[in-house]
Design a protein around this ligand. Sequence first.
Ligand SMILES: Nc1ncnc2c1ncn2[C@@H]1O[C@H](COP(=O)(O)OP(=O)(O)OP(=O)(O)O)[C@@H](O)[C@H]1O
Ligand SMILES: [Mg+2]
Length: 505
Amino acid sequence: MTEPVLRVRGLTKKYPGVTALDQVDFDLRRGEVHVLFGENGAGKSTLISIVSGAQRPDGGTIEAGGRAVELSGVAAARALGISAVFQEFSLMPTMTVAENLVMGSEPGRFGFVDRRRIRRLARERLDEFGFRIAPDRLVETLSRAEQQMVEIAKAFRPELSVLILDEPTASLTDEEAERLFALVEEARGRGIGIIYITHRMAEIRRLADRVTVLRDGRLVTTVPGDTPDEQLINLMTGRVVEDLYPELPVPGTDVVLAARGLTTFDGSVRNASFELRAGEIVGFAGLMGSGKSAAARACFGLERVDSGTVTIAGQDLTGAKPAAVMKSGVVYLPSDRKQEGLFLERPLRETVTLPWLRRAPMSTGPLLRPGRERAVAGDMLRRMQLSPADPERPAASYSGGNQQKGLLGRALLGECTTYLLDEPTVGVDVGARVTIYERIVALARAGSAVLVVSSELPEILHLCHRVYVFSHGQITAELTGADINEEMILRHMMHWGEPAAKDIA
Ligand SMILES: Nc1ncnc2c1ncn2[C@@H]1O[C@H](COP(=O)(O)OP(=O)(O)OP(=O)(O)O)[C@@H](O)[C@H]1O
Ligand SMILES: [Mg+2]
């Protein structure tokens, strides 16, 4: 129990202009879940990328199983029993699930390609986890959650001694997350050491044996897993966070957006009626695939509408293109930052300003004013607590949570009447969330209608005036006031629409 499976001393990693890790010490024991906790950009992903062989450090030593090791690459780390699931996935998009699972994890063992054998092995792997994914599918056709499952199945290997998971539940349903927790607990029982990165306090409560807190690339401390939330947040931010959620303003009554009997072409939303009012924050709750995101997308012209209507500011915009919906004062924040929004190789500034470039103050008539564009982007990103606070760096060089702040900054820049925000705080640290919640409330106070689509229950409970609960494509409840509580929401989230006879029996 005392002999660490992994010991890191003085680990240092520098990027141009940033010391991502500064002399960090870290130990991982056999059979423990060790959470890495820290603000966005604190160095968590950098630490695990070095320990898993994906990057080389600029200084420091790593010992695995009591011996000093040089991790020349991911394969070298794998050979030592160290395996990671990264925040940004590493699957080959144009290969099948089976090829990724079997060949990726066991290079060289398949001299000539025995497709049937590869399929069978992949099928067995996926079944072991209860993941329902066909081994023949190409990775590029998978949803984010499905890719995550393949990554997880790939990382779990029989000879594993260290398992590393970077925000693994970010795109899983509750049910899938439960299954992952069970797997993690089982791995812990087998003596595997697990490094687990999360911003979710509930996951720390559920899994952590110890927590190591990083701040600005430095080790703050390592504490027991049952350290209270407030204390962990205090260690992480260096300040006391009193209230996560600001007080809500009194909502207005004017309907800004109304959907009636909305049904999408693919059936992801069926007969949904809802409305957003000026000065109001409305929540869409539901499991992944319940239709809550699809309903928001349909309002913005991103899902094909089969029947029903979407009216915005009194105008029928059913089936209109996103550009037309934007013209009527609506802005949309996608939940998947990689696929739908970031220009990875370009300065983050461009991601923020692009949709708004032709408006004042960034343009005067047909003329773009680059100086003003820089100022506007810089100002917004400062307010979002971007770190490092330099919008000229490429988007790809920011940590996951900081990329999210960039996208959210873009959405908030629009000065619109209606905001459709899908998972606005995914991957954002607790401290920066406070700022984001304050911004969202400020939008409502200024009279905008705000939709928050969220799989974070606390966000739905504390940030919303009114909540629609989705299940299997349908709205199963509309809740206000004291009815917005955990029990009510969960009950309606599990609801199957029309009760079937067998449910009554
Ligand atoms: N490829 C890169 N080029 C330049 N800087 C980088 C690169 N990758 C990370 N950084 C910087 O290193 C620091 C640590 O980033 P890291 O991704 O480790 O943070 P993190 O703790 O995982 O944050 P998050 O919670 O947002 O995922 C940040 O300042 C980040 O901007
Ligand atoms: Mg990270």
